[in-house]
Design a binder for this molecule. Structure first.
Ligand code: ADP
Length: 170
């Protein structure tokens, strides 16, 4: 499995699946969630309405509609509450659940945003470390190498630098 990081807007990614940092209603929000819904069109919200929400740390998959991506994987990151409310394992679980869905649906290239690093307030260095660790682990666990490429699409420079550090840390 190859891990890549780029700066940019995840809604323009031509990949098998983009991951959405959703809230537990799955009915849309601000940040990357708002951008994905705007770019995918109203059919995405219509499909999300049938799902009945999603607990923190889990993931659900839908079509990509007007996005260049075939699928959207919606996952609900933890709100940062100081670090001793299971945030790290919930964040890792977002990635593990998203990777499992991507594999089930034969997605070879998957793009992630920096889950929980916007309004949910997760400190960037800690988020980057937990995120990269979780993806590496679930990449190793797979029976086949799928997804083959995991790409973080990082909107802001501070996130990009945090991910760069985490990826070169070992
Ligand atoms: P959360 O509620 O999980 O914190 P946010 O959407 O507020 O989710 O932020 C998550 C990250 O996504 C932030 O780093 C934010 O800058 C970034 N982001 C916002 N819009 C986009 C976009 N179009 N493409 C990629 N990342 C984005």
């Amino acid at each position: 499995m190859r891990i890549e990081i780029v700066r940019g807007d995840i809604t323009t990614q031509e990949v098998d699946a983009v991951v959405n940092a959703a809230n537990s209603s799955l009915l849309g929000g601000g940040g990357v969630d708002g951008a994905i819904h705007r770019a995918a069109g109203p059919s995405l919200l219509a499909e999300c309405r049938t799902l009945g929400g999603c607990p923190t740390g889990e993931a659900r998959i839908t079509g990509g509609y007007d996005l260049p991506a075939r699928h959207v994987i919606h996952t609900v990151g933890p709100v940062w509450r100081g670090g001793d409310h299971d945030e790290a394992s919930l964040l890792a679980s977002c990635y593990t659940s998203s990777m499992a869905l991507a594999r089930e649906h034969g997605c070879e290239v998957v793009a992630f945003p920096a889950i929980s690093c916007g309004v949910y307030g997760y400190p960037l260095a800690a988020a980057a470390e937990a995120s990269v660790g979780a993806v590496r682990l679930s990449g190793e666990k797979g029976p086949i190498e799928c997804p083959a490429i995991v790409r973080w699409v990082l909107f802001d420079r501070a996130c990009f630098e945090a991910w760069q550090t985490a990826l070169t840390a070992r």
